[in-house]
Design a protein around this ligand. Structure first.
Ligand SMILES: Cc1cc2nc3c(=O)[nH]c(=O)nc-3n(C[C@H](O)[C@H](O)[C@H](O)COP(=O)(O)OP(=O)(O)OC[C@H]3O[C@@H](n4cnc5c(N)ncnc54)[C@H](O)[C@@H]3O)c2cc1C
Length: 370
């Protein structure tokens, strides 16, 4: 259902206290009262504003998917499993030394480095994992700094709080690498631009990651600390099914945990998330099941298409057709996430007509709930 003017009070009662917060960071960074603290959003003092951008841009407050999609793509929300898309490809970096540092094929790092080199963007808000393996948002302004951010931290990280801190009069062109929930918040900002932070028009490139779920930064980090010498860890990975493992790589090899042991640290909000492939990004990037060292890339906008084309022309990316079996499976997984999440939302709200934050056409909602 659509909302009237709401602010911080409702953000807490409808999102934070109900387990819907994704820790995306959209409500932090400019507000003096809301801060990210030890894996949660904390309120430092009462806010008297009745209407707040904290509520407005939260990806778990009401979103009319058709309106947002019109804003980003110029068409209503796609009923396709993977959302609005121009092309699906399989890619990897042509730079063998880079491929040793990245999560899979290095599509994200390659595209960002190229975008910086070509002056397409002046900086990008990324997630950097520190030596103690905590992820934090980071504004990278050189190819070197982009390289410092390679690899996946599977813990939620308030990336948008860093974007919000960029001053209003900063004219730099920006890139963002974000999870589906964060991409949704950015799409909301594009619809109704914020007044007190760097213009959303400065955001020239949104690279969205695929995501089935993210882990709670406080509880999961505690688990990691208890079970590993984190100073030795080089990489985390969740290989595609049927592996059913969470892998940790160190110089001396691989330690694996059964996924059941890890799943209990999943952010509760992920149960209610419909988006597996960052449907409102310019380019979405994930793994390629069964083909190591490559990325699946979904190109969604002209900007995304231009950048991938440039990477191809300059020999930065090796590009191949995504095998049809992979595409079919990706579509099935994405549809399953939508159906499962919508059914969980109905269980939570107790009413088939109350889809909490999800504003879908009744026809599509019925289709997904069937
Ligand atoms: C929580 C999480 C869940 C994921 N789930 C899936 C999945 O189910 N299926 C799938 O195919 N892929 C998933 N991915 C994406 C995958 O792990 C890779 O990030 C993606 O394929 C890009 O690979 P790459 O080789 O281009 O990465 P790289 O070139 O190494 O770049 C990785 C980028 O990821 C960003 N990043 C790292 N950690 C985070 C974080 N916590 N939040 C936001 N950004 C981050 C960094 O800023 C970096 O720029 C997930 C990623 C995350 C963070």
């Amino acid at each position: 259902m659509a909302t009237g003017a709401k602010g911080c009070k409702e953000l807490f009662s409808e999102v934070i206290e109900t387990g819907l917060c994704a820790l995306c960071g959209a409500c932090t960074g400019t507000c003096p009262y809301l801060v990210y603290y030890k894996g949660r959003i904390a309120l430092l003092d009462n806010c008297a504003l009745l209407k707040g951008q904290c509520y407005e841009y939260c990806p778990r407050t009401y979103i009319d998917m058709d309106v947002i999609s019109q804003q980003v793509f110029g068409v209503p929300y796609s009923e396709e499993e993977l959302g609005t898309a121009k092309e699906m490809l399989m890619v990897r970096s042509t730079d063998a030394s880079m491929r040793e540092k990245v999560q899979y094929g290095g599509a994200v790092t390659t595209l960002l480095s190229l975008a910086l080199a070509e002056g397409f963007i002046d900086g990008a808000v990324l997630t950097r994992t520190s030596d103690d393996k905590t992820p934090s948002p980071f504004l990278a302004q050189s190819a070197d700094e982009v390289l410092q951010c390679t690899g996946s931290s599977y813990m939620a990280c308030p990336v948008l709080g860093r974007y919000n801190q960029i001053p209003k009069d900063n004219g730099n062109k920006l890139g963002l690498v974000a999870m589906p929930c964060q991409v949704l918040a950015v799409a909301k900002m594009k619809k109704d631009p914020p007044e007190n932070r760097a213009s959303i028009g400065n955001v020239k490139l949104v690279i969205g990651l695929f995501c089935t779920w993210a882990l709670s930064p406080d509880r999961f980090y505690q688990f990691l600390k208890e079970n590993l010498d984190l100073s030795k860890v080089k990489k985390f990975d969740i290989p595609p099914p049927p592996a059913n493992r969470f892998d940790v790589y160190t110089a001396s090899g691989r330690t694996s945990f059964p996924l059941e042991q890890i799943r209990k640290f999943t952010m509760p909000t992920c149960t209610y998330c419909l988006d597996m492939t960052s449907e409102f990004a310019d380019i979405s990037v994930g793994s390629v099941e069964g083909i190591e060292g490559w990325n699946t890339v979904i190109i969604r906008t002209d900007i995304g298409a231009d950048l991938v084309e440039m990477a191809k022309k300059k020999g930065k990316l090796q590009i191949d057709k995504l095998p049809s079996a992979n595409l079919t499976h990706l579509k099935e997984a994405s549809l399953l996430k939508k159906k499962r999440a919508l059914n969980e939302i109905v269980k939570k709200s107790g009413d088939k007509n109350n889809l909490l934050y999800v504003g879908l056409s009744p026809r599509l909602a019925d289709k997904l709930l069937a």
